[in-house]
Design a protein around this ligand. Structure first.
Ligand SMILES: [Zn+2]
Ligand SMILES: [Zn+2]
Length: 124
């Protein structure tokens, strides 16, 4: 059975950057990988944030139990946008990032430089 991942975070002392602290995905107050790190929980992000997580076991757990498939490795796509879906304008050399869990045909996104709403991109 897969555990409900409620947040992503690391364990340590608030305000003190601990370079050895790993970011885990968290379920029921502990890392889903079963690690029992010292220190108190420090919140990073809601839900299972694959991008923030640097614990390899948590990432593997997420892929196997939750995502069901390897997430697309975020990779940049630079392209021109004509007739922007968000503002109708033209944007030259806009940089799109990969969606972490693409659904359907759209795999990348970028914020519209005019109004910062997301523009979705499908690769054809
Ligand atoms: Zn972990
Ligand atoms: Zn736009």
């Amino acid at each position: 059975m897969s555990k409900q991942i409620t947040s992503t975070g690391w364990y340590g002392v608030a305000g003190k950057e601990n370079r050895r602290a790993k970011v885990h995905m968290v379920s029921e107050g502990g890392p889903v990988c079963g690690a029992r790190p010292a220190g108190e929980y420090q919140w990073c992000s809601y839900g299972a944030n694959y991008q923030y997580t640097d614990c390899e076991l948590c990432r593997r757990y997420y892929v196997k139990q939750v995502a069901g498939e390897m997430p697309v490795v975020p990779k940049q796509v630079i392209t021109n946008v004509v007739n922007c879906a968000r503002c109708g304008g033209i944007h030259k050399t806009l940089s799109f990032r990969g969606l972490l869990r693409p659904q359907g045909q759209y795999t990348h996104w970028a914020p519209c430089p005019d109004n910062h709403q997301p523009i979705l991109l499908k690769i054809v």
